[in-house]
Write a protein that binds this ligand. Structure first.
Ligand SMILES: [Zn+2]
Length: 396
C-alpha cells in the first residue's frame, strides 16, 4: 500500500505545487517521476536507472492540479496531443513529456533535458539543409530559429549540427560554444555555458565574454532581451561571428524578424545581420502502415488554405485509423517536423527597411523571392500523407 500524498490547498503557484511533489517523492538518485491516472486518482512512480518504484498516490483532484501545474510551467498548450516542454527551477531543468490516455493525462517529469535530439534529416529537407549550410558557410551572420516549445529539442539539434558542420569546414579546433538554459549530453570540442540568472550568468554576458575569448560560432538558446539581441547584431556584423539563435514566442519566420524589431533592434541591424530564419512545427506522424485514404471535397480544401489552382473537385488525402496496428499507437507513429525557411532576400530586406506594416508584408516579399510560407509547408505535409488535415490547424 503506498502513501496518499496531500497537497496544501492554499498553494496555487504552479511552481510550488510541482515542487511539493518533487521534493517529497523524488530521491537524489531518481531521474524521472511518472504521474498516471488510475481508478482511485493518480499514481506516482519514480525511476532510478531502469527500476520503477511506487512513490505514493494523489486524489483525483490533486492529481489534476499537479498535471495542470506541470503543463502550465512547461507552457504546453494542447492536451489532445502528446507534447514535450521543460521548465527551470533553481537552475535545474525539468523535462515534461505528456500523453493523453483514456482517463486523462499521463506525464513524465525528468531532470535535465533529453540525451537524444532528432537527426537533422528528420527536421530539414535536403533543400532546406543546403540553405542552412550555405548560410553558415558565409562566415558571419545571424541565423534565427523559432517555433513552439515542443520544437526546442529540434532547435537544439539544428544548432549543434550547425556547429559540427562549421568544424568540418574549418577544422576541429575551430572555436564554437553553446549558451543555453540547460545542457545535457557530451559534445566534443564545444564550450558550453548554462545560463543562470540567479548566479549572474546571462545570455548577454556569456556571449560577450566568449567572443572575447575568441569563440567564432555560437548556438544561443534564445535572444532573451534587447542587450543579448544587440550583442548578437554587433558580433555578426562587425566581428565576423556566426550565431544560431532561438527567438521565443513567435510562430513563423516573418514573426521572428518582427519580434526583433519590436524588442527595439533597429531594422537596418536586423536586415544586415540576419541571413536566414527557420520556423519549426512538430506534429504527430500518421502511421503509413494503417492510414486510410479520405476524399476531401473542394470546399473543405479551400477552407483549409489549399490554393484554388491546385484543387480540382476533390483530393485524396490520408487520416489515422484510430484502431491502429502493430506498427503504431492509435494510427500515429512518431513525430513529423515541418520547417519553413526564409532567407534574407533582396525583397525581404527591402520590406524591412521600407517600413513594413505587418508580418504579411514580409511574407509577401519572401514569397515573391521564391520562399515558401509555413502554411505551404504544412499543406505539403498533408498532401504527402505524413500528417492528417484535421491536425494541420494545430500547427498554425
Ligand atoms: Zn499503424
Amino acid at each position: 500500500m503506498t502513501e496518499m500524498l496531500n497537497l496544501d490547498p492554499a498553494i496555487t503557484d504552479p511552481e510550488r505545487i510541482v515542487a511539493q511533489v518533487l521534493d517529497r517523492c523524488m530521491r537524489q538518485s531518481d531521474s524521472h517521476v511518472h504521474i498516471e491516472p488510475c481508478e482511485t486518482g493518480y499514481r506516482l512512480r519514480c525511476r532510478q536507472g531502469d527500476e520503477l518504484r511506487p512513490a505514493g498516490t494523489l486524489s483525483r483532484s490533486n492529481g489534476e492540479r499537479l498535471v495542470a501545474a506541470a503543463r502550465a510551467l512547461a507552457r504546453l498548450s494542447d492536451p489532445r496531443i502528446p507534447e514535450d516542454g521543460y521548465f527551470v527551477v533553481q537552475s535545474v531543468a525539468y523535462w515534461v513529456t505528456t500523453i493523453p490516455v483514456l482517463e486523462g493525462q499521463a506525464l513524465v517529469i525528468s531532470r535535465g533535458l533529453p540525451d537524444r535530439y532528432p537527426d537533422l534529416d528528420q527536421v530539414l529537407s535536403d533543400h532546406q539543409k543546403s540553405a542552412y549550410f550555405e548560410a553558415l558557410s558565409r562566415g558571419k551572420g545571424l541565423i534565427l530559429l523559432t517555433g513552439p516549445m515542443a520544437t526546442d529539442p529540434a532547435q537544439a539539434a539544428l544548432g549543434y549540427h550547425g556547429l559540427q558542420f562549421l568544424q568540418q569546414l574549418n577544422g576541429p579546433d575551430y572555436p564554437v560554444a553553446t549558451v543555453e538554459w540547460a545542457a545535457r549530453g557530451n559534445l566534443a570540442n564545444v564550450t558550453r555555458v548554462v545560463v543562470s540568472h540567479r548566479e549572474g550568468i546571462t545570455f548577454h554576458g556569456s556571449l560577450k565574454r566568449l567572443a572575447e575569448f575568441g569563440t567564432k560560432a555560437f548556438r544561443v538558446g534564445e535572444l532573451h532581451d534587447l542587450a543579448t539581441a544587440e550583442e548578437a547584431m554587433r558580433l555578426t556584423t562587425q566581428r565576423r561571428r556566426i550565431i544560431v539563435a532561438g527567438i521565443p514566442g513567435t510562430t513563423d519566420a516573418a514573426g521572428a524578424l518582427v519580434r526583433l524589431v519590436d524588442m527595439g533592434v533597429p531594422v537596418s541591424a536586423v536586415a544586415d545581420s540576419v541571413k536566414l530564419v527557420l520556423a519549426l512545427r512538430v506534429l504527430r506522424r500518421l502511421c503509413s502502415a494503417c492510414h486510410k485514404p479520405v476524399h476531401v471535397p473542394r470546399y473543405s480544401l479551400l477552407a483549409s488554405g489549399f490554393p484554388e489552382d491546385e484543387v480540382g473537385d476533390s483530393l485524396t488525402l490520408w487520416e489515422a485509423d484510430r484502431q491502429g496496428c502493430k506498427e503504431c499507437t492509435g494510427g500515429f507513429s512518431g513525430l513529423r517536423y515541418i520547417c519553413q525557411t526564409m532567407p534574407m532576400s533582396k525583397g525581404v530586406r527591402a520590406a524591412l527597411i521600407g517600413g513594413f506594416q505587418n508580418v504579411n508584408d514580409i511574407d509577401e516579399a519572401a514569397s515573391a523571392d521564391g520562399a515558401r510560407t509555413l502554411k505551404q509547408e504544412i499543406l505539403e505535409a498533408v498532401r504527402s500523407g505524413s500528417i492528417q488535415l484535421a491536425d494541420a490547424d494545430l500547427a498554425r
